[in-house]
Ligand binder design. Structure first.
Ligand code: BTN
Length: 258
């Protein structure tokens, strides 16, 4: 059982998580925040669910997570200042806050896989799903859904990348979820501030955690596979793929090593 008091003591933010919704079971924390009927509009609102009956991953994949063992939560941003120039960086800011929290609390090395997977020792420990609603061409709400495998040790199913959890990477030491969630939210608020003041730092810090840069990769988008060298990220976070000395900008896709 998630101890709300323990979490609250460690939360050190101005606005992220100050409206906090805890649910035993919900379809998806992202869907919950996106649902207009729930009338949630406060910038920084966080929803945490112990179990999701329809947890979603990128590209309509299912996000499996055992009840009470992990962290599946979503954050709501409604302040218009995030929907301008920095919009494409929020994804990377979210990965950074999860990665840095894992490194600070557990001294594990977090490796990022474009666009928003967090790996430890080549296995996926966390994933991020950004979704938004718009009115006309104006973004109204941005929802950042984060799934972190914390204390789950058995994983069943077919996975794009092999899964792991913090507990597995820490020789079966159980992790305090309250402390980790507070650390991620504290770190996310700081990273958002950095993003506003020095947006270039976000991509720079993200790249410093991406071991695939410089390596030969394959990008899969539907039936299309492109191979080349992962040259760099541009200032908006698009992947620059070098194919026969030409640079191609990649907007979507799944990256794997070749
Ligand atoms: C991915 O790696 O494909 C993204 C996974 C995102 C999963 C999280 S769990 C909390 C939030 N609610 C969802 O339905 N999905 C995200």
């Amino acid at each position: 059982m998630f101890d709300l008091e323990k979490f609250d003591i460690k939360l050190d933010t101005e606005f992220i998580g100050r409206q906090f919704i805890y649910a035993e079971e919900i379809d998806s924390t992202n869907s919950f925040l996106l649902d207009k009927g729930n009338k949630l509009n406060s910038n920084g609102t966080v929803v945490l669910a112990e179990k999701q009956s329809k947890g979603r991953g990128r590209k309509d994949r299912v996000w499996y997570s055992a009840k009470d063992q992990n962290l599946t939560f979503s954050l709501l941003l409604t302040n218009k200042k995030y929907f301008g120039k920095v919009f494409s960086l929020i994804n990377f800011a979210a990965s950074l806050s999860v990665g840095l929290s894992i490194e600070n609390l557990f001294q594990l090395k977090a490796d990022f896989k474009w666009p928003n997977d967090i790996l430890i020792n080549g296995k996926k420990v966390a994933g991020i799903l950004l979704e938004s609603t718009s009115q006309g061409n104006k973004v109204e709400k941005l929802v950042i859904g984060i799934g972190i495998n914390v204390n789950q040790v058995l994983f069943q199913g077919n996975f794009n990348i092999g899964p792991t959890s913090l507990k597995l990477e820490l020789n079966h030491q159980t992790v305090e979820r309250e402390k980790l969630l507070a650390e991620v939210l504290n770190s996310f608020e700081e990273t958002l501030l950095l993003m506003e003041k020095k947006p270039d730092e976000i991509i720079k810090d993200w790249k410093a955690h991406c071991s695939m840069i410089g390596g030969r990769i394959a990008i899969t988008e539907g039936d299309l596979i492109k191979t080349g060298i992962f040259d760099d990220l541009d200032e908006n976070g698009f992947l620059l793929l070098k194919i026969k000395n030409k640079i191609e900008k990649i907007h979507f896709g799944d990256v794997s090593l070749r």
